[in-house]
Design a protein around this ligand. Structure first.
Ligand SMILES: C[S@@+](CC[C@H](N)C(=O)[O-])C[C@H]1O[C@@H](n2cnc3c(N)ncnc32)[C@H](O)[C@@H]1O
Length: 733
């Protein structure tokens, strides 16, 4: 199906202000005009519609939204009392106002296995003369059947009459699996594929099919998870397609689903589509909540449409579903679009009384918003961007007088503004204040972190760098370097930036260059990789990326150094591969002993050469029939006992002679070997040649020394190489 085909299946395009052909047949500017006009009309209607206002007011009065109550009803672990009070909450909040809202509640109660609540709602509906939807009939019947109440189920069936019952979720035509192993993917692992920004459409189509055929797309929550991942991956057509699919399969859509879909379009710069989604909500009996308006404002903000973002804020305020965060989003929309005067105006309004001269300072602001650090931060940012350094200083002064403590971001904005205005003395004063307050005084770094958190909210805040720095200074610098230079969610850019760090700043013990190429070439589709020695996650990312290209697989990596593991997790999260790479903190052999590493198709040894043989032996029972072992650093620093082990145990051995990463003066061997069939595997050899044992002790000694002082690896290799090459020749390898 073409994309436009997918789009027309989506409910929003059937909405009463359906977009075809009027809007989507027109040019982009024209489309935008039409949509804007429609939207203004909608805003006016929403503001004027007492029913809509009442609906939204009810939710803000109880403080709990319809979605919250439905969530409780859907939860299988909730008690009957909890479910009953959620149903009561829906009634009291006025959320049970029509066929769809009642039916959604019945479906939710059935999912949560509360037949009593489902039937209460069912009877209530009939009493007030409403006929449940086909899904609600099916849900009520199934709830009774599952609860062992056949008579009640029969009654539901009788009330339904001739109407054909619908299954819980209609089964879709499923594309046959290519390999049996594909179905083994968990829902979580599959959903995270939608996060991959550069994923080809074929991979995403396959992912959707795997989700369906694995029975993972049967309920609202699963679709919402997939949609949320589409948001991070900027796959808005997929978000719309999945939303349409939910409707086609009678999977209940709720306010959260819509909020996520709106956000997904917004993230991908499709703000008009976000608006259309919002517009269609009342027609399907879903009332927008504060998050809906925030998502819509953000969508506009990301596209520089700050006036439109403020229009949403105004609607949310009129409906009394705006909060402080909504205000901040509005301010940020102005600030990032360069509308610094509007930002300052909003700062003035925050917390102030409404007055004829400031009609925008509505009563809602007074109650919900105060001139807090966030408001000041955004205002400072707006003034910095506009090159208004005197205004920045005035804002800092006013913060002091209002006892709002400036944080590093606020001070950094002021410092940067002064620096841009060539006001060196004041810049230095602000930086000294930052130092005095024990803040990070690197202005560029603070600002880049702040921008990152606004542009990429899915990227978690940095790992606790201060605490980690003494233990892993180089790795902490690398992590900061990545956050400043790489693109979040783009694994290729993170890999490249790590390589640049190794080139420009400091050497890293990673499998770059020739080793990376060999590693990529050795992986096979669906490989379950286990790595010993994660370091900062470079090779894990290389493998995760390659496995994506090959169609799938997983990586589990063990790291004994907790500081490295911490940094690695941050890096992997930043690169958007945390769903595919699991980091296990601890000694590789301990993890093997737990049996939790699962079956291994590809074992990457890259931790400590002198114990490769022991850890490989421990992992052997987990190696699959077609497993490969990929051992790095066999010649540099050296793994002599490993060579002896794989030889004696009858492994098929391939030696790859190459250069150490960024050390053309140092030779290394990567050994790729295949274990013998399970029946032929032996115990640990009792004796090892004395010469190899001696060499192994020397490798350990020089490796330890190298952590404290410079060592002459080239000289050491002249001792090691003759023994290794003689061994190789003897075996004709
Ligand atoms: C050469 S680095 C790994 C590089 C990484 N594979 C890459 O290419 O990006 C070796 C790592 O193994 C870790 N390590 C050492 N002994 C270990 C053990 N017994 N179990 C797990 N990790 C270990 C070290 O802390 C270090 O971070």
């Amino acid at each position: 199906m073409t994309w436009s085909g997918v789009l027309w299946r989506c409910p929003v395009f059937d909405s009463k202000w359906g977009c075809r052909p009027a809007a989507f047949g027109a040019s982009r500017t024209r489309q935008s005009e039409i949509l804007q006009r429609r939207w203004r009309l909608h805003v006016a209607m929403a503001a004027a519609s007492p029913a809509l206002l009442a609906l939204a007011r009810r939710s803000s009065a109880t403080g709990t939204s319809q979605a919250d109550f439905l969530k409780v009803l859907r939860r299988k672990r909730a008690s009957l009392e909890e479910a009953e009070s959620a149903a009561e909450g829906l009634r009291a909040g006025g959320y049970l106002s029509g066929v769809r809202s009642y039916s959604s509640a019945i479906v939710a109660s059935s999912r949560g296995r509360k037949w009593q609540v489902a039937m209460q709602l069912f009877d209530e509906m009939l009493e007030i003369g409403l006929r449940p939807t086909a899904s609600a009939f099916s849900a009520a019947r199934e709830a009774c059947e599952e609860g062992g109440h056949a008579a009640l189920a029969l009654r539901v069936r009788e009330v339904q009459g001739d109407e054909a019952p619908v299954p819980k979720a209609k089964k879709l035509e499923v594309v046959p699996m290519q390999t049996a192993t594909q179905v083994l993917y968990s829902k979580g692992a599959l959903c995270t594929r939608f996060r991959e920004k550069d994923a080809p459409q074929t991979r995403l189509s396959e992912t959707a099919e795997l989700l369906r055929s694995g029975g993972h797309l049967e309920e609202t929550l699963s679709y919402t998870t997939a949609l949320r991942n589409c948001e991070h991956g900027h796959h808005w057509p997929w978000a719309l397609s999945l939303l349409g699919e939910m409707r086609d399969r009678s999977v209940e859509q709720d306010v959260v689903t819509y909020n996520v879909a709106i956000a997904a379009c917004g993230r991908a710069q499709q703000w008009e589509r976000s608006l259309v989604l919002l517009e269609s909500m009342p027609s399907i009996d879903i009332s927008p909540d504060f998050e809906t308006y925030q998502a819509a404002s953000l969508a506009c903000s990301r596209n520089g449409e700050w006036e439109q973002a403020l229009a949403f804020l105004a609607v949310a305020q009129a409906l009394q579903v705006a909060n402080a965060e909504s205000w901040h989003i509005g301010m940020m929309a102005c600030a990032s679009a360069g509308a610094w005067e509007a930002t300052l105006e909003m700062l003035e309004c925050a917390g102030s009384e409404s007055s004829p001269s400031r009609p925008q300072c509505s009563a809602t602001n007074r109650r919900e918003v105060s001139r807090d650090l966030m408001c000041y931060g955004v205002a400072l940012y707006a003034c910095m961007e506009a090159g208004r350094w005197p205004l920045c200083l005035a804002l800092l002064e006013r913060m002091r007088s209002e006892e709002v403590e400036a944080d590093a971001v606020a001070l950094a904005c002021a410092a940067q503004a002064c620096r841009d205005g060539r006001n060196t003395d004041t810049t230095n004063e602000i930086i000294s204040e930052m130092r005095l307050k024990k803040m990070n005084s690197n202005v560029a770094e603070v600002l880049s972190e702040a921008t990152l958190s606004v542009d990429f909210p899915e990227v978690r805040s940095p790992v606790p760098l201060g605490a980690l720095r003494p233990m892993a200074p180089k790795e902490v610098s690398l992590y900061k370097w990545i956050r400043q230079r790489a693109t979040p969610g783009d694994v290729a850019s993170v890999i490249q930036v790590i390589e640049e760090f190794a080139e420009e700043r400091s050497w890293l013990k990673i499998q770059g260059e020739q080793k990376k190429e060999l590693l990529e070439a050795s992986l096979r589709p669906e490989d379950r990789v286990v790595e010993f020695g994660c370091y900062v996650g470079y090779s894990s990312m290389v493998m995760a990326k390659k496995l994506r290209e090959l169609g799938g697989g997983s990586v589990t990596t063990c790291e004994v150094d907790a500081a490295n593991a911490y940094v690695a997790r941050g890096v992997l999260q930043f690169a958007g591969v945390e769903g595919e790479v699991q980091v296990r903190v601890g000694c590789a052999c301990d993890w093997v002993a737990t049996g939790q590493l699962g079956t291994i198709d590809f074992l990457l040894l890259d931790h400590r050469g002198t114990i490769y043989h022991e850890d490989l032996h421990a992992a052997e029972p987990s190696l699959s029939e077609h497993a490969l072992v990929f051992a790095d650093n066999v010649l540099y620093p050296g793994a002599p006992l490993f060579l002896n082990y794989i030889d004696v145990q009858g492994y098929e051995i391939e030696i790859h002679e190459l250069k150490e990463f960024k050390r053309p003066d140092l030779d290394d061997w990567v050994v790729i070997c295949r274990p013998p069939p399970v029946a032929e595997r032996k115990d640990m050899p009792q004796s090892t040649p004395a010469e190899l044992r001696r060499l192994s002790a020397e490798v350990d000694a020089i490796s330890w020394r190298s952590q404290e002082q410079m060592v002459d690896w080239v000289a050491f290799q002249t001792r090691l190489k003759p023994v290794f090459y003689a061994w190789k020749e003897e075996r004709g390898l």
